[in-house]
Design a binder for this molecule. Structure first.
Ligand SMILES: *Cc1c(COP(=O)(O)O)cnc(C)c1O
Length: 450
């Protein structure tokens, strides 16, 4: 069949392809046809640097030969076969490799297909664990989550989410969740200083846990960086503190590393920065190098044991997705781990992270940049109307969008979070490509705040 003409493609795109988080009435088609390395090409032949890693998932660049080859080789064997009571070779190998690289003791992997499902799995595992463990605690049925948290868009994940603009409408459908304030500094509701922030926010966590721990199954957190919230960087020591508190109060810790896992923060996992081992670890996005939808929820032995028993005891985890442990996804995820090793990806990050940090520090001087924050290759640049009072632009003014449209004209693809410009390139980005991205960001900021 012939491909539709370009004008037809654009029309079909508007009429038939309902895009996520997109106002379709205003949508202007941007149709990517191919890519190479960190550059995307649209159907008109225009090129764009992939400044947000195709929404936070691309790691080694597009069309990496090793990843492409692994996928083709697996395709010659089998594309999909079920994991319900059966297995496949790459998924077994991947589960084994994840057990080796994950924080110590997280040796059992439950596969699913998106970040949201990885979180759903963790929430349900935690719930079922407390009912089935040797000393059962069936009254532990609630969760704690942070303000402005983002854990995906299925209803369980939305219940522990806290981004008002995405989630408030669905409130009647959600289960009740205890909230801790997001430990932010720039827009701290409590007006605490950077030095006091960690202790202040941990004291609030302790107050809640000491009061409600009997009912709480788990606390879920995006370690170090709440990306979708607008790149909110947590004070150092906060994650470690949460780990100590959740241990003390017998609450499971769920670390959602869907965005920050696989090198994004400069270490393989964000938890590594504070030597934290969560009880459950959620992985997604970068796990396949950004190639295919695959996600994983890792658990330690203590949780695993609570699900073992004879068939008649019905202790198994009653949860699954058709494409659990999909062999293509697993094969490309394995190849991605090989590339991490062969190309010394983590070892090469500090120079790139330093370059990005320098650019961000320079942009922090801009009269309409209120704050820059991030780590590794994940940064947010917050635009404000008034720098001295931190007064925000009204979200309906679309300042972030305007900046990104200008950057797109400069050949850089970005997607903002409200007034926060997000820079989140593939880990394979080159130094001169970082320079080009940041030059476009600067042009974008000028254009949007003029
Ligand atoms: C993107 C994201 C999710 C959801 O992942 P999907 O694959 O979009 O379902 C969950 N948690 C965090 C921290 C994320 O950034």
């Amino acid at each position: 069949m012939d491909r539709p003409r370009l004008d037809e493609l654009a029309r079909y795109d508007r009429e038939h392809f309902w895009h996520p988080f997109t106002q379709m009435a205003e949508y202007e088609p941007l149709i990517i046809e191919r890519a190479q390395g960190c550059t995307l090409y649209d159907v008109d032949g225009r090129s764009y640097l992939d400044g947000v890693a195709s929404l936070w998932c691309n790691v080694h660049g597009h069309r990496h030969p090793q990843l492409d080859a692994a996928l083709r080789a697996q395709l010659d064997r089998v594309a999909h076969t079920t994991a319900l009571g059966a297995s496949n070779v790459p998924a077994i190998e991947l589960a084994r490799r994840l057990a080796e690289i994950a924080p110590a003791g997280l040796t059992h992997t439950f596969f699913s297909d998106s970040g949201a499902t990885a979180v759903e799995v963790a929430l349900k595992l935690a719930f079922q664990y407390w009912r089935q463990r040797r000393d059962p605690r069936p009254e532990k049925t609630c969760y704690v989550a942070l303000g402005d948290a983002y854990h995906g868009d299925t209803l369980g994940a939305v219940s522990v989410g806290g981004v008002a603009r995405f989630h408030a409408m669905f409130e009647p459908l959600l289960f009740e969740t205890f909230r801790l304030p997001s430990p932010q500094i720039y827009r701290s509701p409590a007006g605490v200083s950077a030095d006091e922030a960690c202790a202040h926010y941990l004291a609030q966590a302790e107050e809640l846990l000491s009061r409600e721990h009997r009912r709480i199954a788990a606390l879920v957190v995006e370690p170090l960086l709440q990306c979708a919230a607008g790149m909110i960087a947590h004070p150092a020591g906060y994650l470690r503190g949460l780990r100590e508190l959740t241990r003390r109060y017998d609450v499971l810790l769920i670390a959602d590393e869907v965005a920050v896992g696989f090198g994004r923060t400069g270490r393989m996992f964000a938890c590594n920065h504070e030597q934290v081992v969560p009880d459950l670890l959620c992985l997604g996005k970068g796990i396949t190098g950004g190639y295919l939808p695959l996600a994983a929820t890792l658990a330690g032995d203590e949780i695993w044991q609570a699900f073992l028993g004879r068939y008649e005891e019905s202790r198994q985890f009653y949860h699954g997705h058709t494409y659990c442990g999909n062999p293509l996804g697993a094969a490309v995820a394995l190849a991605s781990l090989d590339v991490f090793r062969d190309e010394r990806v983590i070892e090469n990050l500090p120079a790139k992270a330093a370059r990005l940090r320098e650019h961000c520090s320079r942009l922090a001087q801009h009269p309409h940049v209120g704050d820059v924050r991030g780590l590794g290759l994940a940064w947010g640049i917050e635009l404000v109307r008034d720098k001295s009072t931190r007064q925000a632009y009204d979200w309906s003014e679309r300042r972030g969008q305007l900046a990104c449209l200008e950057a797109r004209k400069q050949g850089v693809l970005l997607r903002p979070l409200g007034n926060v410009l997000v820079v989140f390139p593939p880990l394979a980005i080159a130094l001169d490509e970082i320079d080009r991205i940041m030059a476009a960001v600067e042009r974008g900021i000028d254009a949007a705040t003029r």
